[in-house]
Design a protein around this ligand. Structure first.
Ligand code: GCB
Length: 600
């Protein structure tokens, strides 16, 4: 699952831009939109979610398949004998199928992780072909995140889901055409360690065909491009004396360059992985980075902007990181799905610490039923989260770790957000997933993010995890507006967790909806003044509880949600508005977090 790269042995062509686009309103297999040029197509930008691009409400609300299409020319200089060609789709939300001319090539389920289509046998260098990608946005109990689709009496499909962000869909990240030599590097896995001042890189390089150990050459380059270590063989260890460590707020990246050479010493393939040398650990109630206790400050985020929806956008990415830096924050969580790989690379380069989350959100029927007093349907049951759901969830974990395992910025895997962890069946559901995650990556601690109803006396799974991540809304969803009661309830609960588990705890969500520009002398909810008082209250409590090792506010910016009576054009808990203007709280956080940062 290596991110495609342009190297001395590989070429990479961006397929981003305007694609032809159309809804599939009937049955996909009957319409076969890939089999001919789309008739009367719209034009849709890639990367972008398609929902907010067009004025037509039926596109915005469409449930089902859409088709993206464009002509591609395979470069004349590519060789079908010596190379293989792939189309890489970074994200097709939530299910994507790739077709070359009339031929189906591959299907992938899971809207936030990439996949490749091997098209070598279907195209020819110097010739054009029609590339179609059909994308389906339906969420069911066989997808992560889950949801349900019902057919209304008017024949239209209606999508329901149990998470609080709009179900944006389409090709939200880049699409690429690339080639690799027949004999190529398929994957690299890097784990780092530190002994005294020596940095250690343990590595495995997987190749498409077996090669002798002398044919795999490794070199590690520092930021001045000096070679600081060398090795050979597909598996091993390199040591770097007086290594520069990757530190929060002070990134340092080595390039781990793997090469395959032929018996005649000719270069066959080369691929570089940016590598930060650092250690992570949990000891008692502390979270250690490079053996030093770390306090997380920052955000639960979303990939969300006006018009683009979840479409990756370099300008917003850089600007968001500027704002993260401006607030003095050192971290964020990829709530509630894996983010674009460019975001992870940026965090690597700029020393921002990441809690990396799967798209397992909404595994909780008790939330909506509880909030609205409806019938509580069991979450862990054959009708909702069943064995098949768990298998899809396992696959989501596999794909997240396969994609992000080498990122220095990732210090903690979050395998789910707010599952119904106090409901019977939760333990049976989660135990195998925890085991899987630990097998896939023994080098990182793991967590899930706990929902406010599953307090320490009710939760059934927290002992399985290394770090307790809590989302709490005292003063908002409970004790609304009464910050005095909220303060004592919050402290009481945190001390309860501390006493029971003695594990490090992060407040991964806390926040209050706030309408930018609304002020109140009495600190009334929805005002900027209330948001400030709300956060000050939490921070007093965090500072009194020893096991607290971090705080990530909810949310970085206002974001779009599905239509709800308690949402006005989306969720307004942003520290910044959707167009990234600061609310009053931004300055308060900046003051607190800048001080915390200075202590690191
Ligand atoms: C939560 C969820 C988050 C919501 C938030 C809210 O607990 O994890 O996705 O957006 O509450 O604002 O209701």
């Amino acid at each position: 699952m290596l991110k495609p790269q342009s190297t001395l042995t590989r070429e990479l062509i961006s397929l981003d831009g305007l694609w032809k686009f159309g809804l599939v309103t009937g049955d996909l297999e009957e319409e076969r939109p890939w089999a001919r040029p789309l008739s009367k197509p719209l034009e849709c930008p890639v990367p972008a979610s398609y929902n907010d691009i067009f004025v037509d409400r039926s596109i915005h609300d469409h449930v089902g398949w859409v088709c993206y299409q464009r002509q591609i020319i395979v470069p004349r200089g590519w060789s079908q004998e010596r190379e293989r060609y792939f189309v890489r789709v970074e994200a097709a939300t939530h299910r994507g199928r790739v077709y070359v001319n009339d031929t189906f090539v591959v299907e992938h389920i899971g809207g936030y992780t990439p996949f490749d289509a091997d098209i070598t046998h279907l195209v020819k260098p110097g010739e054009a072909f029609r590339l179609s990608i059909t994308v389906n946005n339906e969420l069911t109990n066989m997808t992560i995140p889950p949801g349900s689709v019902e057919v209304l009496t008017n024949g239209k499909k209606k999508q329901t889901y149990y998470h609080d962000f709009y179900n944006y869909a389409g090709l939200a990240r880049s699409v690429w055409l690339y080639n690799v030599p027949n004999k190529h590097i398929v994957d690299t896995t890097i784990v780092t360690d530190v002994q005294g001042s020596t940095g250690i890189i343990k590595y495995t390089v997987e190749t498409s065909e077996s090669v002798s150990s002398e044919q795999v050459e490794i070199s590690v380059l520092d930021e001045n491009e000096n070679v600081v270590a060398e090795a050979s063989g597909a598996q091993g260890e390199v040591r770097i004396d007086s290594a520069n460590l990757w530190q929060p707020g002070a990134a340092y990246l080595y390039q781990f360059k793997a090469q395959i050479k032929s018996a005649e010493e000719q270069l066959v393939d080369t691929y570089s992985t940016a590598t930060g040398i650092r250690t992570i650990g949990v000891r008692g109630n502390k979270f250690l980075i490079n053996n030093k206790p770390f306090y997380f400050t920052g955000f639960g985020k979303h990939e969300d902007t006006a018009v683009r929806g979840k479409g990756h956008d370099q300008a917003y990415m850089v600007h968001d990181f500027q704002l993260v830096d401006w607030t003095g924050a050192n971290s964020f969580r990829t709530s509630h799905y894996p983010y674009a790989e460019e975001v992870m690379e940026f965090a690597d380069r700029h020393g921002i610490v990441v809690i990396d989350e799967t798209a397992a959100v909404g595994l909780n029927l008790a939330i909506s039923s509880g909030l609205f007093g409806g019938v509580v349907t069991p979450t862990w049951s054959p009708d909702y989260c069943n064995d098949q759901t768990r298998e899809v969830h396992a696959q989501a974990i596999r794909e997240l770790i396969a994609r992000d395992k080498n990122h220095a910025c990732v210090v903690l895997w979050s395998i789910a957000n707010e599952p119904s962890s106090s409901e019977e069946g939760a333990r049976e559901y989660f135990e195998p997933l925890v085991k899987l995650t630990r097998e896939l990556d023994p080098s990182r601690p793991i967590c899930f993010v706990n929902v406010m109803f599953a307090t320490y006396d009710k939760d059934l799974i927290s002992d399985l995890f290394d770090v307790l991540c809590l989302n709490r809304y005292y003063g908002w969803y409970v004790n609304m507006g009464d910050l005095e009661t909220a303060e004592s309830k919050l402290e009481e609960e945190l001390l309860g967790w501390e006493k029971k588990y003695g594990k490090p705890m992060i407040m991964t969500e806390y926040g209050a909806d706030t309408l930018a520009g609304l002020h109140s002398l009495h600190d009334l909810p929805w005002s900027e003044d209330f948001q400030v008082r709300f956060y000050e209250m939490y921070h007093r409590v965090h500072d009194r509880v020893e096991s607290m090792i971090g705080e990530q506010v909810w949310n970085f910016a206002d974001f779009q949600t599905s239509i709800q009576i308690f949402r006005i054009d989306g969720n307004k808990k942003g520290i910044f508005t959707r167009d990234r203007k600061p609310k009053a709280i931004a300055h308060v956080l900046r003051e607190r977090w800048t001080k915390i940062k200075a202590q690191w």
